[in-house]
Design a binder for this molecule. Structure first.
Ligand SMILES: Cc1cc2nc3c(=O)[nH]c(=O)nc-3n(C[C@H](O)[C@H](O)[C@H](O)COP(=O)(O)O)c2cc1C
Length: 194
């Protein structure tokens, strides 16, 4: 395969893989560092390099889940609280090797505007997802639970001005659990040629 074919193939193989399909295998630090390193090569207006990561590794993943679930319990009004959701947050990462909290370190200046900083961090995440795919590491980008709640930021000492972009769960998946991707429509329906 030539380079464009390799790139197309790798992009086509990337899937958002639910962590309940992970098999519990742990991933070594060097592999995760490789995945993080490509995040650092995302496009960045004015060179602000706004991507930031908090990595929960191996046995600390359980701590992440516990802290996340407790925040949900503490900051959800009793009439909205769901025991199922609490358990889902608590156990979602049970078979994950790492969980990475991704956030935008927002510049103090008006330029780049926030949407550009968010775009830049989304590119950093996609770089990670693609590198993980190439390394046969399963990845899940999720934004559920307390992701966007101010209490979550406060808990992790993320400054209020910053924006949490979600959690990336990483793990290993058995071959027979891998799923093909699908899109509702082909690219032609989303492109206007002039
Ligand atoms: C910003 C963002 C947040 C997401 N949050 C969730 C989520 O909370 N739960 C989830 O199941 N998928 C989440 N996804 C992943 C999408 O569900 C997934 O990309 C979509 O189903 C398409 O599948 P694919 O990525 O395997 O092609 C998120 C994706 C993005 C870009």
């Amino acid at each position: 395969m030539n380079l464009p074919q390799i790139v197309e193939r790798n992009i086509g193989l990337r899937r958002n893989m639910k962590p309940q399909f992970f098999n519990g295998e742990l991933i070594d630090r060097t592999t995760i560092e490789r995945i993080l390193n490509v995040a650092n090569w995302a496009p960045t207006h004015k060179g602000t390099e706004p991507w930031r990561f908090i990595v929960f590794e191996h046995e600390k993943v359980k701590e992440f889940s516990k802290r996340h679930a407790e925040l949900y319990k503490k900051f959800t009004a009793s009439e909205n609280f769901s025991e199922n959701k609490y358990h889902s947050i608590l156990h979602k990462a049970d078979a994950a090797s790492h969980v990475i909290v991704v956030y935008v370190n927002k510049t103090e200046h008006a330029i780049p505007p926030l949407q550009e900083e968010i775009a830049s961090v989304a590119c950093a995440v996609q770089n990670m997802l693609l590198m993980a795919t190439a390394l046969d590491v399963a990845v899940y980008w999720g934004s559920g639970g307390m992701c966007y709640h101010p209490a979550f930021k406060e808990h992790l000492h993320i400054e209020e001005k910053n924006v949490v972009m979600g959690f990336v769960f990483l793990g290993k998946v058995d071959e027979d659990k891998k799923i093909p991707g699908r899109r509702k429509t082909e690219i032609d329906s989303k492109v206007q040629w002039i």
